[in-house]
Design a protein around this ligand. Structure first.
Ligand code: HEC
Length: 195
């Protein structure tokens, strides 16, 4: 212990307290991390300043909304002809696109097999808002927001919107299990050409 002799601060009953300060490099890390954590907290958790996470998030959201708006402004929704919508109901590529979009965007309310869940059964021949492909297109594009059916005209691409309607026409009369009871008026399904 002789080498510490000069650094003894106190001695009491033979117990010695030495003065051994933390080495400078350790103090630097200690203070450095304190200062860093204060800055980090302000910047990330409390979101002060330009380029903070929150500002970045807002700018990113704004850019995304603007690009979606620009897309739909450049591709205005032109209702396709009923003949095209009906022809799509037997085109495998169109039906595949429609079915996959249906699973992602519609099945949560209308059921995996369009049998109806929160929303009406789309496979029977009864319709609240009309069952021609033209009317179904309007229902899907504009929705019935007051009744819980969202509008999809500016949420999915025009070709996907048409594909959805063709898909809905294709599942007419498919009689899925656990179907929701018919709602609305009976509409005779339009024939799919060449079917
Ligand atoms: C958040 C739930 C919800 C989602 C998601 C949803 N719908 Fe609907 N949909 C409804 C409800 C509820 C109605 C019934 C509206 C009414 O009673 O007027 C409806 C009505 C409809 C109708 C009119 C039915 C009729 O009898 O006239 C069609 C067609 C339709 N939805 C298609 C779709 C398609 C296609 C999608 C996916 C792109 C979709 N819906 C997604 C809830 C939803």
């Amino acid at each position: 212990m002789a080498e510490f002799e000069d650094k003894v601060l106190h001695e009491l009953d033979g117990i010695r307290e030495y003065d051994n300060p933390m080495p400078a490099w350790l103090m630097a890390i200690f203070w450095g991390s304190l200062i860093f954590s204060a800055a980090y907290l302000g910047f990330y958790a409390l979101s002060f300043g330009e380029g903070s996470m929150e500002a970045e998030y807002r700018a990113g959201t704004q850019r995304a909304v603007a690009s979606v708006d620009a897309y739909f402004d450049a591709n205005p929704l032109v209702p396709p002809s009923p003949a095209d919508l009906l022809a799509g109901a037997k085109d495998p590529a169109v039906l595949e696109m429609g079915a996959s979009r249906f699973t992602r965007s519609c099945a949560s309310c209308h059921g995996e097999k369009a049998q109806g869940l929160i929303g009406p059964n789309l496979t029977d021949d009864h319709w609240i808002h009309g069952g021609t492909v033209e009317r179904v297109f309007q229902s899907v594009a504009k929705g019935w927001p007051a009744k819980g059916m969202p509008p999809w005209g500016r949420a999915v691409k025009p070709e996907e919107l048409s594909a959805l309607v063709s898909f809905v026409r294709s599942v007419q009369g498919s009689n899925p299990p656990n179907a929701r009871a018919p709602e609305g008026d009976r509409v005779v399904p339009e024939p799919i050409p060449g079917h």
